[in-house]
Write a protein that binds this ligand. Structure first.
Ligand SMILES: O=C(O)CCC(=O)C(=O)O
Length: 330
């Protein structure tokens, strides 16, 4: 009896993406989903941001007392990477089912969760100049996507993200300083030129700004708590320092890719030929090595029968071809 191939979906408060939203993402390279995270999920991440901030304050105080001078750089940071490897709430944020619902629709069905970053951005701090995320994290095929989760209002004053709609159709420009960086197939392009100082706040020295200037004006992404911006890893984007006198700009930013991609990257380094084994399988299935959640956060993976199923096209009585799953014998 043929079984139609139906990639996984589970009952939870599932967010389903509209066809219009999917097309918007493909066309423009970004998608804003308003109110995607429920209050409780935002609250948990906001508390985590506060715990992180207080820990930094404590470390700064220790340092001022001369007890821990080497922590200076860490204490100055406005963002903290990979809390999801050491904190259960941060892991729940990275693997939030409603965020993954959208990622599944945009680049899935099989999803790796790669990276989490907690941004604190106090008044006067933060900001990152024009860049494309794929130049920092290589995935082959190139399927990286970012999810920027607002934990409080983000606007022009406190340093929200700005994006260049449509720039997702550009290749990734190789950063000269790191010998081309993570750009795929550099030699396959005739006129792909290197850029200097990507991510630098000053457009005079960050030469990716010259490519940005060929587009209509970039747009600010103003978000309320619980809104999420999904953005393609080729999209030109940036943020500015927080100019507000008294507001923070806390946000939680995560990166994912299709779990059928080779990922020669891991935040903490990796041994061997790939970093795949360090990436959490967050949806579906993969034939590649992968990690599981460390704190037991539930993820919706393919059922065993789906995982072991091959798919072939089969002629139907009405003359149409249909994809049909073929199960391996147990
Ligand atoms: O939120 C920010 O300030 C910068 C985030 C960003 O550009 C990124 O995650 O790629």
């Amino acid at each position: 009896m043929p079984v139609y191939y139906t990639p996984k979906s589970r009952d939870h408060d599932r967010h389903q993406v509209t066809v219009e939203a999917y097309k918007h993402y493909r066309r423009n390279g970004y998608l804003i989903v308003r109110g995607l995270l429920p209050k409780e999920a935002v609250g948990e991440l906001f508390d985590l941001a506060e715990r992180t901030r207080m820990e930094k304050k404590r470390q700064t105080a220790m340092q001022e007392n001369g007890r821990d001078p080497l922590k200076e750089e860490f204490a100055q940071a406005t963002r903290v990477h990979m809390l999801s490897r050491i904190d259960a709430a941060a892991e729940r944020g990275l693997l939030n089912a409603r965020v993954l619902d959208v990622v599944e629709a945009l680049i899935g069905p099989d999803v790796y969760a790669l990276q989490s970053m907690m941004f604190l951005n106090p008044p006067g701090k933060g900001g990152q100049g024009w860049h494309q995320d794929a130049c920092y994290i290589k995935t082959h095929p190139d399927t990286l996507i970012g999810a920027w989760i607002a934990l409080e209002r983000a606007d022009e004053e406190n340093g929200c993200l700005w994006v260049v709609p449509g720039s997702n159709h550009e290749p990734v420009y190789p950063p000269e300083e790191i010998g081309g960086g993570n750009v795929h197939a550099v030699d396959a392009f005739q006129d792909l030129h290197p850029v200097q100082n990507v991510s630098h706040l000053d457009d005079e020295v960050n030469t990716l700004s010259r490519v940005v200037s060929r587009y209509p004006s970039p747009i600010p992404v103003v978000l309320e708590p619980g809104d999420v911006l999904f953005f393609d890893s080729h999209l030109f984007h940036r943020s500015y320092p927080n100019r507000s006198p008294d507001r923070f700009r806390r946000s939680y930013v995560c990166h994912y890719c299709n779990a059928r991609s080779w990922v020669p990257w891991d935040h903490d380094g990796f041994e061997g030929d790939s970093g795949n084994a360090k990436q959490i399988l967050a949806r579906g299935a993969t034939h590649l090595p992968h990690a599981s959640p460390s704190f037991g956060t539930e993820v919706y993976l393919a059922e065993r029968h789906e995982e072991s199923a091959g798919v072939r096209m089969m002629g139907m009585p009405n003359g149409m071809m249909m994809p049909v799953a073929e199960h391996q014998e147990e």
